[in-house]
Design a protein around this ligand. Structure first.
Ligand code: FES
Length: 109
């Protein structure tokens, strides 16, 4: 398993980007839960963020594509608004064990 960070490293309602052996991912936290996705917009396949670890809209409720302002639901990656409306970010499996967030091998493929 690939260690990403601790739950406490991601502020609630925020997200962090990670370079993993399986590609770039984004991990968003909501309370004691985390949701992880490939850091790749579904419509043209580029990273969602311009600046490191800037992934959320101003409300902290949605993941944001900095390129086009598309908004994605944190819980399932569904695009609510933007050029990829109706499509979804690709989910990545992560697990939390004793406060540490891990990505199993091949989770992002
Ligand atoms: S790259 Fe697809 S919404 Fe920005």
């Amino acid at each position: 398993m690939h260690r990403l960070c601790t739950l406490g490293d991601i502020p609630d309602h925020d997200a962090r980007g990670f370079r993993t052996p399986e590609g770039d991912i984004v991990v968003a936290r909501q309370g004691m839960e985390v949701f992880a996705y490939r850091n790749r917009c579904p419509h043209i396949g580029i990273c969602l963020n311009f600046q490191p670890d800037v992934f959320m809209d101003l409300t902290g409720r949605h993941l944001l594509c900095s390129n086009h302002g598309a908004l994605f639901r944190v819980k399932d990656g569904y695009c609510l608004r933007g050029p990829c409306s109706g499509q979804s970010l690709r989910k990545v499996e992560v697990v939390i064990e004793n406060g540490v967030i891990w990505m199993p091998p091949s989770a992002a493929k």
